[in-house]
Design a binder for this molecule. Structure first.
Ligand code: AMP
Length: 499
């Protein structure tokens, strides 16, 4: 077991001093999940529940099928579901926000939102782990749960949502502000400055004030007292631990946030946040040990993929969670057609990409490369030929990253060349084609990357460039096919890319 796993586990087990005043506040408003069951559950993580004894209105076991069967969600628990937002126990002001934002019907994974809400009669909440495919509406799932759980009269942070990247945190913030626009809930976005490799204070590049970049507040709470905090991990840790607050500009310091009222903790792209392979795990462990109520607060863990090591960590930090898990092979995104282009040499990729862009009329698209240098190289190729391209990777300054995402979202940039920085969660509905100039280093990221197109059931195309000198089916493609139970064929014609 890695040191980080131990840290997370000990933060679960440790005697977290629970502030009595605050905890009674929380308890009187939200029943905690310590040991209580709302719905019949299966205590064993892997075995389906056999004898449900209790269930919510409108509950179901197993798969939720119907009109959207191909997007079906499977679960091994008995959970509360509803096929309409207005029959869910959601506050009317939040329903209004949903409808005003154009969300009329819940997606299959959103049909399970009631399982993440306080039970209408007992008030009991449960931990949730949701693994549903890219573009299936997971953001709305936890945003509704977050907004609904806030006690509007308590002017303190109550919900923390952690996202692995600035871009994703901002996207979630926007969704929460839209849905919460009638709810009287205050929301803050705290994002780290990201690039630590540049010498200059990146926040002031191009004269952009850091205040508008690393801290944004919605609603009329006093600074630091917003009820929902959406943050990247490093900044969150700073802001909850630094007694003197966090200095975000020469003239501005954000004061330390009081976490003792935290009742809900959400991890988006949990696979990334909890993976033993990367740096976040340690930060998350420290965040946990600095939230006095962490042991008792509800936790919602969301990702398109949940790997076994991450599932093992979830087992330690969640209590008797509702598990809404889509099996690996079911994550296969049927609305995204997947192809490969076999090339004799690595050097052929550039000419092939230019050939495709010159001869096919491609709408909005993303080209993924495995390194920042390569992303910039591909960008230069495209730019020289006059394509409306941009590039993004973690080595850019934060305002540059924000500007590029803004241009990509509003259509000024049509081809975005990117590293895995934006492989997860980023939602630009117009993206119709994803190219893997390089296949991703991890099998999990393949599904995340291609999930940037074909959002919310739209049609998308993914094209993988692979070097295979022998003219046989490339072995990396065969590996992907086996892992995800896919059929990836050679790209038959450029017409397929027209959308
Ligand atoms: P997500 O998987 O959360 O990134 O959402 C993918 C896309 O689906 C986003 O563009 C959402 O705006 C859209 N979306 C999510 N839920 C719904 C819904 N119930 N009805 C229509 N569109 C939705």
């Amino acid at each position: 077991m890695s040191r980080n796993e131990n840290d997370l586990r000990s933060s679960r087990r440790s005697d977290v001093p629970l502030n009595t005043t605050n905890s009674s506040n929380i308890r009187s408003n939200t029943a905690m999940n310590s040991g209580s069951k709302t719905f019949a559950t299966d205590d064993d993580w892997d075995t389906p529940a056999s004898n449900p004894t209790e269930s919510s209105n409108d509950s179901t076991t197993g798969s939720i099928d119907g009109a959207q069967a191909q997007n079906s969600v499977t679960t091994n628990d008995v959970i509360a579901t509803s096929s309409n937002f207005d029959s869910m126990p959601i506050k009317p002001c939040i329903l209004r926000g949903l409808f005003a934002s154009g969300f009329e019907k819940p997606s299959p994974c959103q049909q399970t939102i009631p399982s993440a809400l306080a039970h209408p009669e007992t008030g009991i909440v449960r931990d949730v782990i949701l693994a549903a495919k890219a573009g299936s509406g997971k953001t709305l799932f936890f945003t509704v749960a977050a907004l609904n759980s806030v006690e509007v009269d308590i002017k303190k942070p109550q919900v923390i949502i952690v996202s692995p990247t600035r871009e994703l945190a901002y996207q979630t913030f926007k969704v929460a502000c839209d849905i919460g626009s009638f709810a009287g809930v205050s929301i803050a976005l705290h994002r780290g400055v990201g690039n630590k490799t540049k010498k200059e204070p990146t926040a002031f590049l191009r004269g952009v004030s850091v205040k508008s970049e690393s801290y944004i507040s919605f609603g009329n709470a006093r600074e630091g007292e917003e009820q929902i905090i959406i943050a990247t991990p490093g900044r969150l840790l700073d802001i909850i631990t630094n007694e003197k607050g966090v200095r975000i500009s020469p003239v501005k310091t954000i004061k330390k946030i009081d976490t003792s009222f935290t009742r809900l903790f959400v991890m988006d792209e949990a696979d990334e946040l909890l993976s033993p392979k990367n740096d976040f795990q340690d930060t998350i462990a420290k965040i946990f040990s600095n939230i006095p109520t962490i042991e008792f607060c509800q936790k919602i863990i969301v990702s398109a993929t949940i790997t076994d090591p991450v599932l093992e960590i979830c087992r330690q930090i969640l209590q008797n969670p509702v598990q809404i898990l889509v099996k690996k092979e079911e994550i296969n995104i049927s609305n995204i057609k997947q192809y490969y282009v076999g090339l004799t040499e690595e050097e052929d990729k550039a000419a092939c990409l230019l050939d495709i862009y010159s001869n096919a009329s491609i709408g909005t698209s993303i080209v993924f490369a495995n390194t920042a240098i390569k992303a910039e190289y591909i960008y230069n190729l495209l730019k020289e030929k006059g394509f409306s391209a941009g590039f993004i990777h973690a080595k850019l300054a934060m305002d540059e990253r924000d500007g590029i995402m803004r241009d990509f979202r509003n259509g000024t940039i049509r081809v975005l060349v990117a590293t895995d920085l934006i492989a997860r969660g980023i939602d630009v509905q117009s993206v119709s084609v994803v190219f893997n100039y390089d296949l991703p280093p991890s099998l999990e990221n393949y599904i995340h990357r291609i999930g940037r197109c074909g959002r919310y059931g739209r049609v998308g195309v993914a094209v993988n460039f692979v070097v295979e000198p022998n003219n046989s089916k490339p072995k990396d493609i065969v590996t992907l096919e086996k892992y995800y139970n896919l059929d990836i064929r050679p790209l038959p014609s450029l017409d397929i890319l027209k959308m």
